[in-house]
Design a protein around this ligand. Structure first.
Ligand code: EPU
Length: 433
């Protein structure tokens, strides 16, 4: 299914953020830890929550969605053998802890998600094994059991992985004893999950030095929780405003979640005002080249470099992006180059952040020469964040772009075409016959 976009129109107005995809899907899994009802407000109606809904329903959840409120109740586990899902994302591995607690057994298909590097789950498996899980890897799935239940342990994560931190926390909430996670992720989405789990009766302490301590409790109860706004959407819309030289108010955006981005954006000549219920983004002066390096929170997030690259195609000079979280997240550069951008991908580290990829042949740095005027082109969405990058580039380009494979974009951005049209964008969804 394609989008047809006619670029070059100035965009103005307000756009409200959806609930965060990367919090919502984990919270749906957290609901499996209790037999009681869990209500999630500000629930994003996107492909990824639908895939996760299919997963939870298979396991035994009854799910109702009314507007932006989702209610999930899993009185019994119907099956702990999760067959392959109609579409794949990264979430099934997170059900291992809840299933081991409630069924003593779990069978989980291999994961999907964006192709942005190898994305192993060794941290998840090592930690769950240390908590008492016996896990074997079959040809297309993980098979786990916990004959003596899960127990607390000390885990040092070799890298502060978001998914592994969440997986260990979910498993630890109902494990016997105390689990200490060192070098844990502290992304706002992880913190929001902690807020929800605590309201369900979990005992979780967060120390400032990346240490999370979970003292297991026998039972968790139902909860009503409002999901934090999606900060990746916030950055996408902010980049659109600045690249397009428009003026967009991003309602519900929190400056606290975006500090590293706001700093890079202002250095590049972008501007913002925190006003009432959101942040207004615009271009403050002619754009100029900057250097950014992606990092874990509170650094410049890896999901932000793709839309920001479009801003940098409009900046004078040579900008650099050093991607230190994923090995291979620049596939979109070829697409922007086909629209007239001048981006060169290199394997060397372009910056000073100590990077796990130094000396290896991963294409993890980019040089962007600007400004370049972009023209419309036929594009195919590769993954979620490159998809929004295509849309932003097409909206500032002269002429028509046809972007195919937008199902991938629908995985993370709710009704993106409708919301962009309200800002003045000429974007049409062509339903396949
Ligand atoms: N890693 C390992 N072993 C593991 C786990 C991670 O080597 O067992 C490595 C990864 O390969 C990567 C690094 O650690 O190099 C960080 O990965 P992390 O586990 O933090 O990423 P994730 O949990 O798979 C989530 C988001 C991503 C976001 C990253 C970084 C979800 C569903 N996904 O991925 O979001 O980019 O954290 O913040 O929460 C997106 O929304 O488009 C997206 C890709």
């Amino acid at each position: 299914m394609p989008f047809i976009i006619n670029g070059g129109k100035k965009l103005e107005g307000a756009i409200r953020l959806s609930g965060a995809k990367n919090a919502a899907t984990k919270m749906m899994v957290a609901s499996l830890l209790t037999a009681e009802e869990v209500t999630l407000e500000n629930f994003p109606n996107i492909g990824d929550t639908h895939i996760t809904g299919e997963l939870c329903t298979m396991i035994g959840s009854n799910i109702t969605i009314a507007g932006n409120t989702a209610t999930l109740a899993t009185p019994d586990i119907k099956t702990a053998r999760v067959a392959s899902l109609s579409r794949r994302n990264r979430i099934p591995i997170l059900t291992m802890g809840p299933l081991l607690h409630r069924a003593g057994y779990a069978e989980i298909p291999f994961l999907g998600g964006d192709q942005i590097g190898p994305r192993p789950v060794n941290f998840h498996l090592d930690a769950l094994r240390a908590m008492g899980a016996e896990i074997t890897v079959k040809e297309d799935r993980y098979v786990a059991s916990a004959p003596n239940g899960l127990h607390g342990t000390e885990v040092y994560l070799p890298y502060p992985s978001v998914g592994a931190t969440e997986n260990i926390m979910l498993a630890a909430t109902r494990a016997k004893g105390k689990t200490v996670i060192r070098n844990a992720a502290k992304e706002p989405e992880v913190m929001d999950l902690i807020v929800m789990l605590t309201a369900m009766g979990a005992d979780i302490q967060v120390a400032p030095n990346r240490v999370i301590t979970v003292s297991g409790v026998p039972k968790l109860h139902g909860v009503r929780h409002t999901i934090m706004p999606d900060r990746n959407e916030a950055v996408s819309f902010a980049c659109l405003a600045v690249a397009n030289n428009g003026r967009i108010k991003v309602q519900d955006a929190h400056p606290d979640h975006l500090k590293a981005f706001l700093s890079a954006l202002t250095k590049a000549g972008g501007g913002y005002n925190v006003e009432g219920d959101g942040i207004v983004f615009f271009r403050r002066e002619p754009l100029k080249a900057v250097a950014v390096e992606t990092e874990t929170y509170p650094g410049f997030m890896t999901d932000w470099q793709q839309p920001f690259a479009v801003v940098l195609t409009q900046a004078s000079g040579i900008s650099t992006i050093h991607e230190t979280v994923f090995q291979d997240r620049f596939a979109y550069a070829v697409d922007l180059n086909s629209m007239g951008a001048d981006i060169r991908i290199v394997t060397k580290c372009m910056g000073s952040v100590s990077c796990r990829f130094r000396g290896e042949e991963h294409p993890h740095s980019a040089e962007i020469v600007g400004p370049t005027s972009l023209h419309g082109a036929p594009l195919k969405v590769r993954d979620l964040r490159s998809g929004i990058t295509h849309v932003i580039a097409a909206l500032i380009a002269e002429g028509e772009s046809v972007i195919d494979g937008i199902e991938e974009l629908d995985r993370g951005y709710e009704k993106i075409d409708e919301r962009l049209r309200a800002l003045g964008a000429a974007i049409t969804r062509v339903e396949s016959s």
